[in-house]
Design a protein around this ligand. Structure first.
Ligand code: C2E
Ligand code: MG
Ligand code: MG
Ligand code: MG
Length: 283
């Protein structure tokens, strides 16, 4: 806590800044070794169909546990991976791991309709992205329709050849979702031309449902439905939000109301539990 008055403030701020720089430097050093030292892991957050209440998919989310730093938040380390260019090898590793995992689940009769993977703008713009992905799909023998790539509006706008890349990805057979939808600057006419599958309404709008965010959410749902996209609401935390979104015919949701992101081994349990409760409700 910096003192408000006196010369101490200067000293204290410098101290804080030094700490900040020290942490940044330490993270930078540590993250360079993280991939080869197997410090990254992937957790999965269930995606739920709001009609059937069933788990129909999962979003893969990266985690970093470092012996010295403990667990570091994605909001802190993802930008650094991007800055250092490490998001390319790490992103490759994620895609390969997720495809393998999905294949394993399918072999064990866990039939998720999709697993989604976040793709950084740096990855998306990388000239080898599509060919590398193609290779991963061939190696893992995964049917591409089960893989959904999450990109943001910013990714589309900042990649000059976004339209071409998206077309190539669609030709591969993978699905595309727009993540954090509503927070970027994509034009609606552009959106209509894109061959995407899912709009993910950003959590901030779902948070606002409790106050006066209903108009925005309704507008996004209606627009998405009219454009024949699947509409998913992110960050559903309570029953009121869920009821409202169901009533507005939002297709899918994810959030702490059902589950936080979980370890890979927990997904089969959650999946079977949701199938069983559906069967019970039909009996
Ligand atoms: P995102 O893709 O929008 O992911 C959703 C984030 O919201 C996740 O945070 C998830 O844990 C959190 N979340 C989901 N439901 C709720 C809820 O009901 N309440 C609250 N408070 N939070 C909820 P996480 O895992 O910390 O990831 C943050 C962001 O980091 C992601 O946002 C994504 O942009 C990025 N990220 C995570 N993993 C990856 C990755 O593998 N690659 C890339 N490029 N980015 C990633
Ligand atoms: Mg996402
Ligand atoms: Mg999101
Ligand atoms: Mg979000």
């Amino acid at each position: 806590h910096a003192k408000k008055q006196g010369g101490n403030t200067y000293c204290f701020n410098t101290h804080d800044q030094n700490n900040e720089m020290e942490r940044y430097y330490q993270i930078e050093q540590e993250i360079k070794l993280a991939l080869q030292q197997r410090q990254f892991s992937i957790v999965y957050q269930p995606l739920i169909n709001l009609d059937s209440n069933q788990i129909i998919g999962a979003e893969a989310l990266l985690r970093w546990e470092n012996p010295k730093l403990g667990s570091v938040a994605p909001s802190e380390f993802i930008p650094l991976l991007e800055e250092l260019g490490l998001i390319i090898p790490v992103g490759d590793w994620i895609l390969k791991s997720v495809c393998k995992q999905l294949k394993t689940w399918q072999d064990n009769e866990i039939f998720l309709q999709k697993v989604s993977v976040n793709v950084s703008p740096i990855q998306f713009r990388n000239e080898h992205f599509v060919t590398d992905l193609k290779q991963v799909l061939e190696e893992t023998q995964l049917d591409p329709q089960f893989l959904e790539l999450e990109i943001t509006e910013g990714t589309i706008i900042n990649a000059g050849s976004a339209m071409n890349i998206l077309t190539e990805l669609k030709d591969l057979g993978v699905k595309i979702s727009i993540d954090d939808f509503g927070t970027g600057y994509s034009s609606l006419s552009y959106l209509k031309k894109l061959s995407i599958d899912t709009l993910k309404i950003d959590k901030s709008f779902i948070d606002d449902l409790d106050s006066d965010g209903e108009i925005i959410v309704n507008t996004i749902i209606n627009m998405g439905r009219n454009l024949k996209y699947t509409v998913l609401a992110e960050g559903i935390e309570n029953r009121e939000q869920l009821h409202y979104l169901k009533h507005q015919d939002c297709h899918e949701g994810q959030g702490y109301y059902w589950s936080k992101p979980v370890e890979v081994d927990d997904i089969p349990k959650l999946y079977h539990h949701s199938i069983n409760s559906l069967e019970n409700s039909l009996n």
